[in-house]
Design a protein around this ligand. Structure first.
Ligand code: ADP
Length: 428
């Protein structure tokens, strides 16, 4: 640049010297200077026009070899080349992104903050019936009309994931996931039909196997009882028969629990199955029944039951939650330990059933696994005290069918509190 400025200075000095010499020769100073100034200005206007034409793309690149104009033209030329290269790089990057989005096995739809479709890959046409070109600018929630999907787009407390049927093929089930970023969001739909089909096959298999096992087990249990009651059976054999009876009873309990679980998994809770349950009265009855069994006899059970609380739900299922949580507390607390059963609203106003015990307590690393099927902290002990390992799975399923959840607070060696919380809309 310095070179260009020096050149311009020399040019100015040259013109000034020439006009001065001409002025000295002719004696007409004013005219000579005017001619010099006019010439210089005209030259700059001419060069400027060339550059302007070139910049507006209506003229060829001016052939300039020196001076400030040449410097400006070469600078602009370099910037333009750099811009062109950047644009090429960005286009290539964009193409790579688009190609990789096209290669995705999932449908991907980009939406703006007005929920309008900006872009969609070709899988979106197949799974969601959304065409990236034809549907551009349309609102995604107008195209995906399943009410199960609408909460995804809600601005208050939006859910992150929803399941729906594909609008293009009713046999295809999808999970939709919305990830927000900046002012827009990316909607991804994943085909889960094969996972669901495998799950259903597993559930059907477990249900069939349990059904098949129930009858022979009942027959075996009956025969064992008959044989042990026979006065001709000697004492040692009776002991062995009693032990076999305990095991067959346990197997029957597992089969019954598996059948309960499968039926919970296979069906949705219908409103016509729900009634307004006077939970305090029904829980009191369940506790009284339990205290007449060996498990609950002479146990210390305190009750804190809100008599005004009524819960909308399926009575048999809610009472199964009560029985499962209470019998767990009884099994894991020694005879002297206190157990407190409550039906109250919790600090957030949610109708809550809780069982607090002073029993074994549970180490923190087990807490997240307790509702898994057959998960036991101590499998041997659970079998010994008559557990099936399925009670809390059943509780979790029932609660999720009622829109509730299970909270477990426990300290090893001090005791546990299991709380079944229900959504406010279930309170009556
Ligand atoms: P189980 O029939 O073995 O009790 P559950 O699914 O009801 O099966 O419970 C799973 C495991 O959770 C139990 O084996 C036990 O280890 C633990 N558990 C459940 N309730 C309690 C409790 N009140 N106190 C201590 N441990 C418990």
């Amino acid at each position: 640049m310095q070179q260009a400025i020096s050149f311009e200075r020399s040019r100015l000095v040259g013109v000034a010297a020439a006009t001065t010499a001409l002025g000295a020769l002719t004696g007409n100073w004013a005219v000579c200077y005017a001619i010099g100034g006019f010439g210089l200005a005209s030259y700059n206007i001419w060069r400027g026009t060339q550059v302007a034409r070139w910049l507006t793309a209506s003229g060829p690149e001016p052939a300039l070899y020196e001076g400030l104009w040449a410097f400006l033209v070469s600078q602009i030329h370099r910037e333009r080349q750099q811009n062109r290269k950047n644009r090429r790089d960005i286009n290539q990057l964009l193409k790579r992104y688009r190609d990789s989005a096209e290669a995705l096995p999932d449908a991907a739809v980009l939406i703006d903050n007005q929920r309008q479709i900006q872009w969609a890959n070709s899988k979106a046409r197949e799974l969601l019936g959304i065409d990236g070109v034809a549907d551009r600018g349309h609102r995604v929630d107008n195209l995906l009309r399943d009410p199960a999907v609408q909460p995804l787009f809600a601005s208050h407390n939006p859910v992150r994931e929803a399941q729906t049927q594909s609008p293009t093929d009713e046999k295809v089930r999808l999970t939709l996931r919305l990830s927000r970023f900046g002012s827009g969001a990316l909607l991804v739909a994943h085909d889960i039909s094969t996972i669901l089909a495998a799950q259903e096959m597993r559930q059907t298999f477990v249900a069939n196997a349990s059904h098949e096992l129930r009858t022979p087990l009942t027959v075996i249990a009956g025969h064992l009882e008959l044989m042990s009651d026979d006065p001709h059976t000697d004492a040692d054999t009776v002991q062995s028969l009693r032990s076999a009876m305990r095991e067959s009873d346990r197997m029957l309990m597992i089969v019954e629990d598996l059948l309960t679980l499968t039926s919970l998994e296979h069906s949705q809770l219908r409103d016509d199955q729900c009634v307004d349950i006077a939970v305090a009265a029904e829980t009191r009855q369940a506790i009284e029944a339990l205290t007449k069994t060996p498990l609950g006899a002479e146990r210390n059970i305190a009750m804190d039951l809100d008599p005004t609380l009524r819960l909308r739900g399926r009575s048999s299922e809610i009472m199964s939650v009560v029985q499962n949580l209470l019998s767990n507390a009884l099994r894991h607390t020694d005879a002297a330990g206190q157990i407190t059963v409550r039906w109250q609203r919790d600090a957030d106003g949610l109708p809550t059933f809780s069982v607090e015990d002073q029993g074994d307590g549970i180490a923190p690393e087990h807490l997240n696994h307790l509702t898994e099927r057959f998960y036991r902290v101590d499998a041997g002990r659970s079998r010994e005290i008559g557990g099936t390992g399925l009670g809390l799975s059943i509780v979790k399923h029932i609660l999720s069918r009622h829109g509730g959840d299970l909270r477990i607070d426990s300290r090893l060696g001090e005791g546990s509190t299991f709380s079944a919380r229900f959504p406010p809309l279930r309170a009556r």
